[in-house]
Design a protein around this ligand. Structure first.
Ligand code: NAP
Length: 223
């Protein structure tokens, strides 16, 4: 499948790299390709600079957000939450029309709080910005390494969530999560307003990380 990944950070690298490994045709989008490739500082979490990562992934191409969005049959938003609406605008509402937009972003501000919550969410803001796209919020509740290898935590016996207005899109994303990435448990939270819960959970995730000192943590929903 053709996949467009918006975002060159550890999440874009994790998802883009995994999808390339699975044989998909991946284009990773950035604001300015030359400027991004020229940056040599390591990424967060000890990730390599994007240019070095790209050399290790010869099947992946770097392009603008608009080109990556145009390329993808499925498009992933893996941009910093504060820049996601700008990235989506650069990708283009018409380009994203009818496409599945897997939104893994979190609305984190500089202090580690959320810049939108309670009565709205970044997932909803993105859906409003691209009304014809089929936005599915998912994977934002786990670390990038766990996203692409849930077996890193407790034999993958834990949950990931999907939120979105389009049932077919959620079903397709669920197939991607289970078939491509190895998730065993995908819980449909409801329409895109349920992204508020998935995004506000990040406040707890950050405390779990601080309390355990381990980013390889997740929750299991037991009834
Ligand atoms: N890190 C994790 O383990 C993790 C887990 C769950 C969810 N998330 C969420 O996933 C997203 C990506 O996280 P990350 O750690 O991979 O990287 P990040 O540093 O949060 O985001 C990097 C990407 O954001 C883009 N960006 C930054 N400011 C922008 C702006 N003003 N306009 C447009 N684009 C902008 C950058 O574009 P350029 O390439 O042009 O610089 C880059 O591609 C975030 O929303 C994060 O909260 C992360």
């Amino acid at each position: 499948m053709r996949v467009g990944v918006l975002g060159t950070g550890m999440v874009g690298q994790a998802l883009g790299g995994k999808m390339e490994e699975l044989g998909h045709d991946v284009v990773v989008g950035t604001r300015d390709v030359q400027a991004r490739l020229a940056r040599s500082e390591p990424g967060r979490g000890g990730n390599p600079p994007f240019a070095a990562w790209l050399k290790d992934h010869p099947g992946v191409r770097a392009a603008t957000f608009a080109e990556a969005a145009g390329h993808g049959e499925v498009v992933v938003n893996a941009t910093a939450g504060h820049g996601s609406l700008q990235a989506i605008e650069l990708a283009g509402a018409a380009t994203l029309a009818d496409k599945i937009l897997m939104d893994v972003s979190n609305p984190l501000d500089a202090s580690g709080g959320l810049f939108v919550c309670n009565t709205d969410s970044l997932g909803e803001q993105i859906q409003r910005a691209v009304p014809q796209a089929r936005v599915v919020k998912t994977l934002n509740t786990v670390n990038a390494s766990v996203m692409v290898d849930p077996s890193r935590v407790g034999d993958a016996d834990h949950h990931v969530f999907v939120s979105g207005n389009d049932q077919d899109a959620k079903d397709e994303v669920t197939s991607i999560l289970t078939g491509w990435l190895g998730w065993k448990h995908v819980l449909d939270l409801g329409d895109i307003t349920s992204a508020r819960g998935a995004e506000m959970y990040v406040a707890l995730w950050l405390r779990l990380y601080r309390a355990t000192g381990d980013a390889m943590v997740n929750v299991k929903v037991v009834r």
